[in-house]
Design a protein around this ligand. Structure first.
Ligand SMILES: [Zn+2]
Length: 1070
């Protein structure tokens, strides 16, 4: 080892130059991380594949400015030098550096770090007077040469640089080491990689423009990092996350801070940041430091409600003055990829200098317009494009960015769906070849079969247990099955055995494999209204792991030995099993069997009548026992205070061309509850097991009690009807909700439950070591321990829990677990990651439902569009909030418009706009005009018309218009085959809905059969190698567990649900 000195010239955050001398040790052996190594380097972990045509070494400038291109997975065999990495760290800051580090860590990318400055033969000291960038380029070239020689010339090495001087100087020095510019490199080696070429053009353009900024200052300079840090410590500044109010994005933003960072004891609320100057270039989501303004300059949040998307004009009504501040510095940028729309031609204006600078409008209304330099402004008008922000200087009114990828024409379905994914940071690449190579082989001709060596290690239930599954019709990924049987009586009397058998995903997905890492990154299967993106490759999710009927499958089981009368647990058994499911039932079929109705069971169709009857009665008996057990378990939880909450689910019924034919509310059946109850029971017992065994590092799921102030809406609305809702505990809440029933109108109870659901916080995963035991409680389920175990095919949390359970069993059997389990800290980080991904998945799902709702209503002629019934559930200053049961929609109805006119109801119930005033009280709102007074009460039924408000740059929204203040009577269906008119009233409606659901499902099934079983793969299937049938089972299951809550509806941003949002569907899943 050789000791030498290295001189560094660093810039402090105040801009001072600092000279640092460091001891520097050189060694001969520095790992090359190539599988072609000829020198026995200690290459541990990720190594470069030998399977590429060349290795590529980007210099410091390319690594710094064009990292996004190097992130393309197609570009393989990448060697990052230590020199380049340090240059990124020093010139681009932590964000970019972290990005590079995660690229290096990601096993799906074929790239490594070579510590060239520690390698004796590749290190070159900086010469006197040599400019830093020249020296860095020389270092990287030296490293490229070393790499080539070290691998004995087995692989050509390409260095890429933007320094034309370096290209000229070095390109002919060494045989086998090529020096190219980035553009030349892309043209030579990746001519087909169009996206990379486009991205290169757009980044290069943005870099060229950066020098041409104006000099006039638009904003105050941000304070240096150490000043901010000291200011936060002393309490002068407060740090928090900037939240922009979506409905007043230009003016109103709030800084929410976490309690620990707040030294200013006077502050117990958000800080209002009013106007662009005070926001000082902070972007929604950034971590900022704010300074409070003098009290005389405080203002209140705007309380006037805006209709549509326009910014408020004219005078504004304000609430109580609240702490108001200005942003003095940015602690952390949290920029992501944004989808923008390019402006129409007439809005673009050339600013000379060969390029066109345009202001693109982000889809997310909270993000400011972004300035982009492009030659494509013309061709891309009305397109949606992904852009990234580069900088926002104090001399610029708008941030600068560059385009990354074109998504397509605005308004087209694929463009809009991709937009939703990008906006929720959901990036789903197709499963790679390498990942798919890890998968077990299975094909229709040669299906996968169990391994005899594995079979002997498992408890074999194939001949002893009647196992079956109950799922939505057509479900492919069956991850849970059930069994129930009587056991020989014990000393206490008759006994029952209940079994829950879950797909043994972790048998196939070993920790740390590519498939595991991909599943972990996705964290969940993503369900959109018209498609889904699976967490696991289809061969696992729809075949080898899926507990299909009639085939042998590995399972992870929990079996309870119960007292048949009291259902007291005598014993619980956990372990790996081998099962063969006898029946793959669907909900409606199972319910029909339970109801004693005729129902076809295809599994029995071929049997002689006697055997069939025998087997059928055996199955029905099992279903009945299961129902009894589930009722009992449910009653136990009810006593503890479990909540029955209401989520309205509406499914978009699509035809082959993805046109919506109907929006269908789902009908709950008791068998849904039965299955859900058994799953909840299994999750609870697994939670107890892993928490007991790993008290500091088990993954559980808790549901914190709601904040009391969120119940105000519910309590106020209930009071208007004479009901009292007691929210002091979940038990009190559940009991008082049960009491709040209007015999005239079942919707009242449903709506109150919807409101209760909206007041809840989210259920969240956590590591047991990161949370005090008294906070493990699951409020909604009324359980002291809970986790997710029953859906490992579509949730990564369950995969972790399966591994924990396996480890717990192994420890009890005296075996040492094969691998040390994750530490509390690692597990807690994982929990946060999964929580974030779940939130994104739920949000994307909700927005995609809204997209389809808009598509549905867009196709209807607004004049002839059928009216529908709506119920008023909240009163606002200039209107009311209504719920439309038919579509599961909620939305705002304005009773006063921008011209100051109010709605008046005429004699026949029709509504007209007239000049007048509006008075609001707790349970009603009245409008007064020259012709009289009209009143709208809570829970009153009215008739509304739904139309679509289109938007060029943002999502379309639904608009509700009051047609009449009377309940809507559904007209006779005009052109349907005549049938007996359904009786009026809600019972009639629900029957009608059931009928529609059944017809729609049958139509869908017939259509599928017509197409034939083995149809051509669709585009999505080819692209993502996964099926696209929407499977809404998860929604259903999770509704029971009600965790999802739309934070914006709970007033997390800008306070209180308000009328600024157009109609949105109700909360759907957990
Ligand atoms: Zn080597």
């Amino acid at each position: 080892m050789i000791k030498t000195e290295k001189v560094l010239h660093l810039k402090s955050s105040r801009g001072r130059k600092v000279r640092v001398v460091r001891e520097h040790y050189l060694r001969e052996l520095v790992p090359c991380y190539s599988s072609l190594c000829q020198a026995e380097c200690a290459n541990e972990g990720k190594v470069l594949s030998a399977d590429v045509t060349h290795y590529v070494v980007p210099d410091a400038g390319v690594t710094r400015d064009f990292m996004e291109i190097l992130e393309f997975r197609e570009i393989q065999g990448l060697v990052f030098t230590q020199t380049a990495c340090q240059a990124v760290q020093h010139s681009r800051g932590r964000r970019q550096y972290n990005r590079l580090r995660s690229l290096l860590k990601d096993p799906r990318h074929d790239c490594v770090l070579f510590a060239n400055e520690f390698q004796e033969y590749s290190y070159c000291p900086r010469e006197k007077g040599e400019p830093q960038d020249k020296w860095q380029t020389r270092c990287v070239y030296q490293a490229a040469v070393w790499y080539h020689d070290h691998l004995a010339g087995l692989k050509p090495v390409v260095m890429i640089t933007e320094d034309q001087g370096a290209v000229a100087e070095y390109s002919s020095l060494n045989c086998g080491v090529y020096v190219l510019s980035t553009l030349e490199y892309l043209r030579t080696f990746w001519p087909e990689l169009q996206a990379a070429h486009e991205l290169y053009g757009s980044i290069a353009q943005a870099l060229r423009e950066r020098g041409n900024e104006g000099t006039e200052r638009e904003f105050a300079e941000h304070l240096p990092a150490e000043v901010l840090e000291a200011g936060i410590k002393s309490g002068r500044y407060t740090q928090g996350t900037l939240n922009v109010n979506k409905h007043r994005a230009q003016h109103e933003a709030f800084v929410r801070f976490d309690g620990s960072s707040n030294k200013n004891s006077e502050l117990d609320s958000d800080v209002l940041v009013w106007g662009g100057k005070n926001r000082n270039r902070a972007v929604h989501g950034d971590m900022v430091a704010v300074e409070l303004l003098p009290k005389g300059e405080w203002r209140g949040r705007t309380t006037a409600l805006t209709e549509g998307q326009g910014e408020e004009k004219g005078e504004e009504s304000q609430g109580q003055p609240m702490p108001t501040g200005r942003v003095v510095g940015i602690l952390q940028r949290n920029w992501r990829d944004y989808v923008v729309t390019f402006p129409p031609r007439e809005e673009t204006q050339s600013q000379g200098r060969n390029s066109l600078r345009i202001l693109a409008t982000p889809w997310d209304q909270r993000i400011p317009k972004i300035r982009i330099s492009t030659h494509q402004a013309d061709t891309l008008q009305d397109h949606r494009v992904i852009v990234r922000l580069d900088s926002w200087d104090s001399t610029s009114l708008y941030p600068n960015g560059h385009s990354v990828r074109v998504l397509g024409r605005a308004g087209e379905l694929e463009t809009e769906v991709q937009t939703i994914l990008i906006e929720n940071c959901i990036h789903i690449a197709p499963f790679s070849e390498a990942q798919l190579r890890e998968m077990p082989a299975s094909s229709p001709e040669r299906p996968w079969t169990v391994d005899p060596a594995e079979v002997v290690t498992r408890r074999d239930l194939r001949d002893t247990h009647l196992v079956f599954s109950i799922d939505p019709r057509g479900c492919e990924d069956v991850d849970d099955t059930l069994s129930v049987r009587s056991l020989p009586p014990g000393p206490q009397g008759p006994r029952l055995e209940l079994g829950v058998h879950i797909a043994d995903v972790t048998h196939f997905v070993k920790e740390g494999t590519l498939t595991d890492l991909e599943a972990r990154a996705r964290a969940t299967t993503y369900y959109l209204a018209d498609r889904r993106y699976d967490m696991l490759p289809a061969v696992l999710s729809a075949d080898v792991c899926s507990l299909l009927g009639g085939v042998d499958r590995y399972a992870m089981s929990v079996m309870w030995d119960l007292d048949a009368q009291t259902l007291q647990v005598n014993r619980v058994w956990y372990g790996r099993t081998l099962i063969r499911s006898s029946y793959q039932l669907y909900y409606e079929q199972a319910q029909a069997l339970l109801n004693g109705e005729e129902a076809e069971v295809p599994e029995l169709a071929q049997l002689p009548p006697e055997e069939r009857d025998h087997k059928l009665s055996h199955l029905i008996e099992a279903l009945e026992t299961l129902t009894q057990v589930a009722r009992h378990l449910r009653a136990q939880r009810d006593q503890g205070g479990a909540l029955e909450l209401e989520g309205v689910e509406v499914r978009a019924q699509l035809d082959e061309d993805k046109n919506i034919t109907a929006l269908v509310p789902r009908q709950p059946l008791e068998v849904h509850e039965t299955v859900a109850e058994c799953m909840i029971y299994a999750n609870h017992w697994v939670a107890r097991k892993i928490q007991e065994r790993f008290p500091q590092q088990a993954l559980l799921r808790h549901h914190p009690p709601p904040r009391q102030e969120f119940f105000t809406q519910l309590q106020d609305s209930a009071r208007a009807l004479g009901f009292t809702i007691d929210t002091r505990s979940n038990k009190a809440l559940a009991d008082s909700l049960d009491q709040a029933v209007d015999p005239q109108d079942p919707l009242v109870n449903r709506l109150l439950r919807v409101m209760a659901t909206q007041a809840m916080s989210n259920a969240l995963y956590f590591s047991t070591g990161a949370c005090p035991v008294d906070q493990y409680y699951h409020y909604g389920l009324a359980l002291d321990r809970y986790t997710h175990f029953t859906s490992p095919i579509r949730r990564y949390a369950d995969v972790i829990v399966h591994r924990l359970l396996t480890a717990a069993i192994a420890v009890e059997e005296g075996a040492r677990p094969a691998k040390a389990s994750a530490s509390n800290k690692e597990l807690e980080e994982m929990a946060q990651h999964i929580n974030n991904k779940n939130r994104a998945a739920q949000h994307a799902q909700k927005v995609s439902m809204e997209l389809f709702q808009c598509l549905y209503f867009r196709d209807k002629d607004p004049e002839t569009a059928e009216c529908c019934d709506a119920v008023i559930y909240a009163i606002r200053t200039n209107g009311v909030l209504v719920f439309i049961p038919q579509y599961g929609l909620k939305g705002a109805l304005y009773l006063r418009n921008r011209e100051g006119q109010v709605v008046r109801v005429s004699q026949d119930g029709r509504c007209v706009w007239e000049a007048g005033s509006l008075q609001r009280s707790l349970d009603h709102v009245s409008t007064t005009t020259a012709s009289g007074t009209s009143t709208f009460r809570l829970f009153q039924h009215v008739t509304v018309r739904v139309s679509v408000q289109t938007s060029r740059c943002h999502a379309d929204t639904l608009h509700l218009e009051l047609v009449s203040n009377r309940a809507h009577r559904a007209p006779e269906p005009p052109d349907r085959t005549p049938r007996a008119a359904p009786p009026q009233g809600t019972r009639g409606r629900s029957q009608l809905v059931q009928e529609v659901v059944r017809q729609a499902e049958e139509a869908l099934l017939q259509a599928e059969e017509k197409k034939g079983r083995v149809s051509e793969l669709s585009k999505e299937e080819r692209e993502f190698r996964q099926s696209k049938t929407p499977n809404l089972y998860s929604l259903l299951e999770e509704v029971r567990e009600q965790a999802l809550l739309d934070l914006t509806a709970c007033g997390a941003v800008g306070g209180g649900p308000d009328l600024g949002t157009a109609a949105r569907p109700c909360a759907t899943s957990a």
